[in-house]
Design a protein around this ligand. Structure first.
Ligand SMILES: Nc1ncnc2c1ncn2[C@@H]1O[C@H](COP(=O)(O)OP(=O)(O)OP(=O)(O)O)[C@@H](O)[C@H]1O
Length: 444
């Protein structure tokens, strides 16, 4: 039966078939749609007709639309919602973006419905890496808040986050601070409230406020009205998190409080330094390990960053490796390869060590950052694909491995980086072989 209180779902928005409504904000509605041309799900954000007529909301959306349109196709990061298109329809302009299955982080801000501390730190790390990537493209987000961070959920567990709504990022004047939108105010830095020029450290403050809210179940400052909230943001110190939630270490509180420093100079100077501080909290066990007993993505990322094999990989390619590689742990004495067996998998040793034996004689010891098995993997015919050595684990090892199929699923730019890294490995091996043979004339 027709219910006038339930808004009618449009059948199509432009060329996109509407599947269902995902949610709505102050000025726009968001729909899950199907893009038949690319056969993929997309989220379409369309301005509400009333909002367009309203001078303030219409202005907000026009600005949002112009920024998103300018950014369409420019930002590619696994933790940033990708913008595919911005369509300037005269009645209801809309933006087409990557669909993220899940909710926004707002759902995890309520007391009693909070995420584990290690998961919150992991979210902070990923957001820091993503916002660092955007900042290197010259962007300050200006509206980092739980509602603008989408949480990817798999079986009810938050497995990843993606930052969205770059609607304010391209506005260089302070009028873009949107102070009238009280929702954002709780996460705004003091310099944003007084209209000063902003850099990455304004977003660092906001991310600190988001992390604070996720940890404590309340924002750093709470007040009955906007004026008093603004006063607190500029002058009050947020209560220590140590007393607000069990398991919070002084070190974790220190990191969040440093993000929330009143003066930008007293905060972390860059996203990279904040990312380091967050990953150190995990590696130095300053956050209790909760449900996530396995290795966290942030640990994997930090581990790969230190390996020589990946020195030429940028952050985006490195995240791809973190997500696509097969991570395995092996005990001492485990045989990674047997001589004579055909091999298709190569390993990069992330930690631990292996020894290489030829005819029972040890010919090499390989540690973190080196690759094994790539000769068989790169070989042009089955005979050469057979391993010529035995490889045995001598120190408990973590490796990441690829097969030709998994490598083929990487982006072309990431594959190219692998090829370059292999060439470096092969040149070094060739060089070592020549040295061993005491070749009279060095060819390299
Ligand atoms: N790319 C997306 N994939 C999946 N769901 C999305 C996506 N973008 C937005 N949503 C959903 O749509 C809701 C509304 O998003 P929208 O960005 O319009 O509003 P908001 O950020 O909550 O508010 P405002 O923009 O007014 O500050 C979100 O809360 C989220 O649940």
């Amino acid at each position: 039966m027709f219910d006038p209180t339930v808004p009618v779902l449009p059948e199509r928005i432009g060329k996109y078939r509407v599947v269902r409504r995902l949610g709505e904000g102050t000025t726009a509605e968001v729909f899950l749609c199907h893009d038949e041309f690319h056969d993929r799900s997309v989220a379409v954000k369309r301005v509400r007709a009333q909002a367009l007529a309203d001078t303030v909301d219409g202005h907000v959306f026009a600005r949002f639309f112009a920024s998103e349109a300018a950014l369409a196709g420019r930002l590619h990061h696994p933790n940033v919602v990708q913008i595919f298109d911005a369509v300037p329809d005269p009645i209801a302009p809309f933006v087409v973006m990557e669909y993220v299955p899940g909710t926004t982080l707002r759902a995890w801000c309520q007391p009693g419905h909070q995420l584990g501390l290690e998961q919150i730190v992991e979210i902070g790390f990923k957001c820091a890496m993503a916002l660092g990537y955007c900042y290197r493209q010259g962007l300050v987000h200006r509206d980092v808040k739980p509602a603008n961070i989408l949480a990817v959920e798999t079986n009810g567990v938050v497995t990843d986050v993606k930052i969205t709504d770059f609607g304010s990022a391209l506005n260089l004047t302070s009028d873009a601070t949107q102070v009238h939108r009280v929702g954002s105010l709780a996460y705004m830095s003091p310099e944003q409230l007084d209209g000063s020029e902003l850099d990455a450290r304004a977003d660092i403050y906001s991310l600190g406020a988001v992390l604070y809210h996720l940890i404590a179940g309340r924002a750093p400052f709470e007040a009955a009205n906007q004026a008093s909230l603004m006063h607190q943001i500029c002058h009050a110190q947020a209560p220590s998190l140590v007393g607000l939630r069990q398991g919070v270490s002084q070190a974790l509180d220190d990191v969040v409080q440093r993000c929330l420093a009143k003066r930008a100079d007293d905060r972390y100077p860059s996203w990279e330094v904040l990312g380091e501080a967050l990953s150190q909290l995990v590696s130095s066990q300053q956050v209790p390990r909760g449900a996530l007993q396995g290795v966290l993505d942030s640990e994997r990322f930090t581990l790969l960053r230190m390996l020589e094999f990946f020195t030429s990989f940028g952050d985006v390619a490195l995240w791809e490796v973190v997500h696509r590689a097969r991570w395995q742990r092996f005990p001492v004495a485990h045989k990674l390869y047997n001589r004579g067996e055909e091999g298709r998998t190569f390993h990069i040793i992330a930690s631990g060590a292996v020894e290489v034996y030829r005819d029972g004689r040890r010919v090499a010891q390989l540690g973190a950052g080196t690759s094994v098995g790539e000769m068989a993997y790169l070989a042009p015919n089955p005979e050469l694909r057979k391993h010529s050595t035995d490889v045995v684990v001598t120190e408990k090892a973590t490796t990441i491995s690829f097969t030709p199929e998994t490598l083929a699923r990487l982006s072309p730019s990431c594959r190219h980086l692998f090829d370059e890294a292999f060439i470096r490995v092969l040149v070094r091996r060739l060089h070592a072989a020549h040295e061993t043979l005491a070749h009279p004339r060095r060819i390299l």
